[in-house]
Design a protein around this ligand. Sequence first.
Ligand code: URA
Length: 210
Amino acid sequence: MSKHLTIVDHPLVQHKLSIMRDKSTSTKSFRQLLREISLLLAYEVTRELPMTIDRIETPIEPMDAPTLDGKKLALISILRAGNGLLDGVLELIPAARVGFVGLYRDERTLQPIQYYFKVPEALEDRLVIALDPMLATGNSSVAAIDLLKEAGATNIRFMCLLAAPEGIQRMKEAHPDVPIVTAAVDQRLNEHGYIVPGVGDAGDRMFGTK
Ligand code: URA
């Protein structure tokens, strides 16, 4: 992908996002809408996948048909909120390999702490799409991508629902080679590191925890 930041301003995405933002939206609806948006974001994040030509036969005649080239791509869910994007993307790309990076945010320092890391083999040969609905401070996203690069990934994209300008800047400085695809860029972070106006705590809202 050539652009560092892509905002998917499609009306369906924006409409669904507005419903998600509303604090009266139920856990069930929030999760369903996130899944629906993830399909639309996945469409954009995979727009420039390399293609090859395969010879096939239609019922009418042989043809040179365009198909995806290269190894199966790898979807990496940054736990736990990344799982809210994962199912939708898997629906669109069912043959993808899946990995998980477990990071939680220390509420005092806002720094990411790693507790789990399991990713598919041969990351260096795959397009790797890192999934996390919220690009807030960027601390956990940068840390997750550091880990993916240490594991061999060289072609990484980052897909999120919402981004704060602070997180985009942090990612751009740390990982200028990683394009970001998001549904919106909000105003700022508040003093607790939440995106304003945002959706609140995405993990809590999708899983019904507090
Ligand atoms: N994580 C969230 O779930 N929400 C925010 O606003 C920021 C980080």
